[in-house]
Design a protein around this ligand. Structure first.
Ligand code: 3HC
Length: 310
């Protein structure tokens, strides 16, 4: 590319402006965005499975309607993000193949089982709460289509977080058995939620460049700390104990000190050895294969009616 195109790209990023699909961009900038946006999209779609497990078993019509709306939102988030990825010249069918073949990742958090209905509340409170910490800064990402997709996703995410917290408040006002169910779910989801933010900064090979290109606006550890500081007071109001004996308020830092997540667990789960990795991918492959006839019918219809490809 010409020196002029390179310096224009650098000026746009430096001035907090947006790089748009038709702008020249370094190949590595394009590649890291495809990597991150595709994995983000895959996470939204795979993330429908753990909660989907409770759709037919929700305790009331109200809870079922809320969960249905949330799962539908996650599918929509996946759609916005695949569409954002396609502005970089990749095709969502190709991305789906890569997910199914294990050549692209999705968030570690969705490889854990949802054992009771309290998990649905804890996922809303902790997982969507962590997602909000991670996604709000992405609204200021230097790549236009990604940043704009994030604006709407964040608004819907806050509904997801609030419905989860309200569900838990209701359970905590219930029987001793219900309170125990909530505490058990918190014990199982707390550390995996901290791992969602990625490895520690010293072991994060993409961070330096992603931050230089203003894709990542805060480091993994910064966002993890922000999430802990936001969540500890909420746990106190809820009346649950977070399973970290090292959790302690640090006056001079004005933040909560907390224990070290088990990074070997994160690596295992990322490598595919989590509790539910195989089941999640098998389910995704089956959905893709069972849905082939729908895609073929839509393409045939589009061809017959002269509409641009499906
Ligand atoms: N799960 C799976 N893989 C992870 C991971 C996790 N929790 N954390 C890190 N990794 C992977 C990275 O993808 C990278 O591998 P790669 O180079 O092959 O892609 C490697 O581990 C090293 O991590 P880095 O910190 O160097 O990678 P990043 O700079 O990409 O940071 C990230 C990781 C913070 C997850 C970043 O990719 C990101 O912000 N992604 C967008 C947000 C996202 O995907 N969130 C996932 C939650 S899903 C969600 O929010 C849905 C909501 O509805 C709950």
């Amino acid at each position: 590319a010409s020196a002029e195109a390179q310096s224009r790209f650098e000026a746009v990023v430096a001035n907090e402006q947006r790089v748009e699909p038709r702008d020249w961009m370094p190949d590595a900038y394009r590649a890291t965005l495809v990597r991150q946006i595709a994995q983000h999209a895959h996470s939204e779609i795979i993330g429908m499975q753990p909660e989907g497990n409770w759709l037919t078993r929700a305790p009331s019509l109200r809870r079922k309607a809320i969960l249905l709306a949330k799962a539908q939102d996650e599918a929509g988030h996946g759609l916005y993000l695949y569409a954002a990825a396609e502005t970089l010249g990749v095709d969502r069918a190709e991305l789906t193949e890569k997910l199914i073949d294990g050549r692209q990742k999705y968030s570690s958090i969705f490889n854990y089982p949802t054992l009771t209905f309290a998990d649905v509340g804890v996922i809303g409170w902790l997982v969507d709460g962590a997602a909000i910490c991670n996604q709000v800064p992405l609204c200021r990402c230097s790549y236009g289509p990604y940043a704009r997709a994030m604006v709407r996703i964040c608004k819907e995410e806050s509904f997801h977080q609030r419905q989860g917290y309200e569900l838990l408040m209701t359970l905590m006002a219930g029987t001793e058995g219900q309170r125990r169910m909530v505490q058990d779910a918190v014990d199982r989801w707390w550390w995996p939620s901290l791992m969602m933010f990625g490895p520690p900064d010293g072991a994060s090979p993409n961070s330096e460049r992603s931050m230089a290109w203003r894709i990542k606006r805060h480091s993994n550890d910064e966002l993890r700390q922000r999430f802990v500081d936001m969540t500890v007071p909420q746990a106190e109001i809820l009346g649950v104990t977070l399973p970290d004996p090292a959790l302690a308020w640090n006056e001079e830092r004005g933040s909560w000190d907390f224990g070290e997540p088990d990074w070997s667990e994160l690596m295992q789960v990322i490598k595919g050895q989590g509790p539910c990795n195989a089941q999640r991918i098998d389910r995704r492959r089956a959905a893709h294969e069972d849905g082939a006839w729908v895609r073929e019918a839509a393409s045939a219809y589009a061809a017959k009616h002269g509409r641009k490809g499906s």
